[in-house]
Design a binder for this molecule. Structure first.
Ligand SMILES: C[S@@+](CC[C@H](N)C(=O)[O-])C[C@H]1O[C@@H](n2cnc3c(N)ncnc32)[C@H](O)[C@@H]1O
Length: 230
């Protein structure tokens, strides 16, 4: 029994332990060691990972797979959801957006404005996520029209519709602003609607990466097929 814990707490802990998710099963060892036994012959397996072990932060189903094989597999079931973030001043949140987009099998993350962004927060997930750069909002909007995507801006500006009650389009591009200025007027004008996330405290806004996670998950709740989730 864990020191200082009641029997009931220990039971709850053991139950929770057995309910661990796919990214937690290798906890403690972080990943897997070299492949034991006869190596699989399928092309998706990476000989270097089989030889040395796979310490990457990937779900267990993709252990020892090559990066290309993982991307190709996600490509078979990516959602018709795109996200875009304006990157004219501060790129601190883009890594978070990319990581969350990868988790939700978003089709593509669009970076609008500056091409450079700090990849640290992406925790290497950008290797598995399609990314596209657009020099300005106009180019993004033209691209969205050509690809039959409905643009929904996400910001808490006057006149916005509560995201909590809005119906998001299935073929959708969610567009986020950046810290400070928020969404540009051009982006808001080009969108079908602007949706806001309800707040109740003193701060004017939440972090753009957090807002992106909430909005992406709202789309997943409306259009995702949970039988395809890990
Ligand atoms: C930190 S906010 C800044 C702009 C915000 N309109 C303001 O008045 O301070 C940066 C971005 O995060 C997203 N965001 C932050 N809080 C939000 C909220 N409550 N509802 C919707 N989007 C939000 C939006 O995409 C926004 O453009």
């Amino acid at each position: 029994m864990r020191r200082g814990w009641s029997t009931a707490s220990c039971w709850a802990w053991a139950t929770l332990d057995s309910l661990k998710g796919p990214t937690e099963w290798g906890e403690g060892t972080h990943g897997v060691g070299p492949w034991e036994g006869t190596w699989p012959t399928e092309e998706r397996y990476d000989p270097e990972l089989l030889e040395n072990g796979d310490r990457r932060n990937v779900v267990d189903a993709y252990r020892y797979w090559t990066r290309e094989a993982i991307v190709a597999d996600i490509d078979k079931r990516r959602h018709p959801l795109h996200v875009a973030i304006e990157n004219f001043e501060n790129d601190a949140n883009i890594g978070t957006v990319v990581r969350t987009a990868n988790a939700f099998a978003v089709d593509t993350v669009h970076i609008v404005g500056r091409r450079r962004w700090n990849r640290r927060g992406a925790m290497v997930t950008d290797r598995y996520q399609h990314l596209m750069h657009h020099p300005d909002v106009h180019s993004l909007l033209v691209w969205a029209i050509r690809n039959d995507l409905t643009v929904v801006a996400i910001d808490n500006t006057p006149g916005s519709i509560p995201l909590e009650t809005a119906r998001l389009p299935r073929e959708c591009l969610l567009l986020f602003g950046q810290e400070g200025p928020g969404i540009t007027p051009e982006a808001a004008e080009g969108a079908l609607m602007t949706c806001s996330i309800a707040q109740f405290g003193s701060t004017r806004s939440i972090n753009a990466g957090v807002a992106a996670g909430i909005a992406m998950h709202t789309w997943i709740r409306q259009h995702g097929d949970l039988s395809h989730a890990w």
